[in-house]
Write a protein that binds this ligand. Structure first.
Ligand code: GAL
Length: 661
């Protein structure tokens, strides 16, 4: 590797599929550690993440370090052939930090302090917090730089905090000066002429704290951008410290799936390995589809290359209203789904279920029932499966001809409190469109609207309320080159300062779809539907007038919008001004994909069977309630069972086959 090149995921995995989880030995006596290591070996665990929440143990008093226990843990794991993903412990500062330095604690919008006693009680903007986080990171990196167990750095944990306090306000002003230059430009960008908000001095500019009535949406949008950037600064500061000590050890941070707080596209560029935590609800009939969405998104953030499933649950979580265990086989099914969609690591929170603390009812790879418990027995099976398929699967990549576009800035702007319908949220819309593609067995990548999209035949925009000029031009250029573009409602409404574009939709897009005038938006009530020719729309509808250039339209039927276009097609550009019911959206996208020359992974797949190709391996995953037979013409070897099969395979409930020609 040339000295300047960054290490890659392959430097961690070295041809294997990683299997393991968060390991918190500080919660257990040392006898248990030896037992842990035995069980890890038996279960095929080859990686664990250590130290995520260990700051108080590593630095019990300011500047006083206790690394002895971690030395022993690292040595023990190394002796057992288990690699260590070493975490910086900065997500949960020790109580002494908050007590001695209250400026490290974040404040909510009402100015209330968030104190220790939980976790993530740190202000991203606090210079004192950053100094102490850097110091413990430095000490950790210096101590373990040469340790043979170290395979990957894991910075912090699920960065997700906000801060409305004074130090954050000062940093916000600096950030705003950088973005807008002058106060005049800020006033212009925020539209402060509305409601007498004009700023005459930078000192007047605040984070969007509690207000009597609706907040300025552009101010809220910039605050969200700022928050993502501040958290990213915390990440890169620690990343740079560990890189200085270990330039060849890759760095990651585990982001929450589809979490609104951080712009994960931007973050992925700063990581060597992209990782994600994923906790679909076992009771959610669309849990697998949600998993597929997050996995597609994470793979895309990793540039199509391998990524890590850093956390999932072996059974129940402990943070939903009602927390259900995973029925037999579901953990395996969802683990193999992640591998199918490009993961090179299947990891859990956590290895051993805690007996104390806030998450003592959250499952572990070794649950309270111990090694003979069903959950642990299933974990062992997964470990064996991953070892068996790794040599065939790891070299393979998932490729897609369809890109779904997503952008955090658009999400932030689109969900301002002054919008026309609170029923419309980006996750609902995004999930509905991805579901339609997933159920149509079309493999999808995700992309940012300013990315290079030239390798995709079909580009799907569930909703991009805010589009920059560059993004609009990019979409137009894709259609000009012959790609198929399908846009959902409320797309292209605002510019990057959340200023409504002339006519309510960018004129370049209106021309693209053949729309002369967008007269009115007609949001629908929860559960309300609107008849259109051949289907019913949900959530939203629009009063559009065509300009006569569209090649085809599907009209609304009945009511105020009777006869007006619900769907327009002009050349290869489609605009869908409502959210069709699930089966209708699936049918529409299937038809459009066929027209664009995009094929499903396999023809004739039963409904609840997911098929994904990763390199030469064809994964078939049964998400249905009972056994199912899948037609797969030809002769194949099932890598999981070693058996050869011809033309069809029967999968039990939660069953999986990984086929190779
Ligand atoms: C994640 C977190 C873990 C654990 C887990 C429980 O959000 O990173 O530390 O709390 O959730 O589901």
């Amino acid at each position: 590797m040339p000295p300047s090149a960054r290490p890659t995921p392959a430097d961690v995995t070295r041809g294997r599929l990683l299997f393991g989880g968060d390991y918190n030995p500080e919660q257990w006596p040392e006898e248990t550690w030896r037992e842990d290591v035995r069980l890890m070996r038996e279960a095929g665990v080859n990686t664990v993440t250590v130290g995520v929440f260990s700051w108080a143990r590593l630095e019990p008093r300011p500047g006083e370090h206790d690394f002895g226990w971690l030395d022993r843990v690292m040595d023990l794991l190394h002796g057992a052939g288990v690699g260590v993903v070493l975490a910086t412990p900065t997500a949960s500062p020790p109580p002494w930090l908050g007590r001695l330095h209250p400026d490290t604690l974040p404040r909510d919008e009402d100015g209330h302090l968030e104190r220790w006693g939980g976790r993530q009680h740190f202000s991203h903007s606090s210079a004192t917090y950053r100094r102490h986080a850097a110091a413990i990171t430095e000490a950790l990196a210096a101590r373990y730089a040469g340790h043979p167990a170290l395979t990957l750095w894991h910075i912090n944990n699920e960065y997700c905090t906000y801060d409305w306090g004074d130090e954050a306000a000062a940093r916000f002003r600096t950030w705003l000066r950088h973005r807008h230059g002058t106060l005049d430009a800020l006033n212009e960008a925020w539209g402060t002429a509305f409601w007498s908000q004009g700023y005459g001095d930078w000192a007047e500019v605040l984070p969007p704290r509690r207000t009597h009535y609706l907040k300025n949406p552009a101010q809220v949008l910039d605050f969200r951008r700022f928050t993502s950037d501040m958290l990213l600064e915390c990440f890169t500061a620690e990343r740079d410290i560990v890189r200085r000590h270990t330039p060849r050890v890759p760095v990651t941070t585990n982001v929450m799936p589809l979490w609104e707080g951080v712009d994960a596209w931007r973050w992925a560029r700063e990581e060597d390995v992209v990782s994600v935590d994923l906790y679909p609800d076992p009771r959610d009939p669309l849990g697998a589809q949600y998993g597929a969405l997050v996995q597609d998104m994470t793979r895309s953030q990793a540039g199509g290359g391998p990524w890590m499933l850093m956390e999932q649950a072996a059974g129940a979580v402990a943070w939903r209203g009602v927390n259900h265990p995973k029925p037999r086989g579901l953990n395996r099914l969802w683990s193999l789904q992640a591998v199918a969609r490009g993961a090179d690591a299947v990891c859990y929170f956590q290895w051993r279920q805690s007996r104390q603390g806030a998450e003592k009812f959250h499952s572990g790879m070794v649950g309270h029932a111990g090694e003979h418990g069903r959950t642990h027995q299933e974990v062992r099976r997964i470990g064996a499966d991953l070892a068996r398929i790794a040599p065939h699967v790891v070299p393979g990549r998932v490729t897609a001809e369809v890109a779904v576009l997503h952008d955090w800035h658009s999400w932030w702007a689109g969900e301002h409190e002054g919008r026309l319908s609170r029923e419309v949220t980006l996750p609902v819309v995004l999930r509905a469109w991805h579901r339609a593609l997933w159920e149509a067995h079309l493999t999808t990548d995700f992309a940012h609207p300013e990315h290079d999209l030239t390798r995709y035949r079909m580009i799907v925009v569930p909703q991009l309320y805010l589009l920059t000029d560059a993004a609009v031009d990019n979409l137009v250029a894709q259609v000009r080159r012959g790609a198929t573009l399908v846009c959902g409602f409320l797309t292209g409404v605002a510019d990057e300062d959340d200023r409504v574009r002339p006519g309510g939709m960018d004129p370049r897009l209106r021309e693209l779809f053949g729309i002369r005038t967008l007269h009115e938006w007609w949001p629908l009530e929860a559960g309300e539907t609107i008849p259109c020719e051949g289907f019913r729309g949900t959530l939203w509808s629009e009063e559009l007038e065509g300009d006569g250039t569209a090649d085809a339209t599907t009209p609304y039927r009945g009511g105020e919008l009777d006869g007006l276009p619900a769907v327009l097609r002009k050349g290869t550009a489609w605009y869908v001004s409502t959210l069709p019911e699930p089966a209708a959206l699936r049918a529409l996208l299937t038809r459009i994909a066929t027209g664009a020359g995009v094929r499903p992974v396999l023809d004739g797949l039963p409904e609840r069977v997911e098929a994904v190709r990763r390199g030469e391996a064809l994964f078939l995953l049964n998400h249905g309630a009972g056994p199912v037979t899948v037609e797969v013409p030809g002769t194949h070897r099932d890598l999981l069972t070693g058996t050869t099969l011809t033309d069809r395979v029967t999968l039990p409930r939660h069953g999986v086959a990984v086929l190779r020609p």
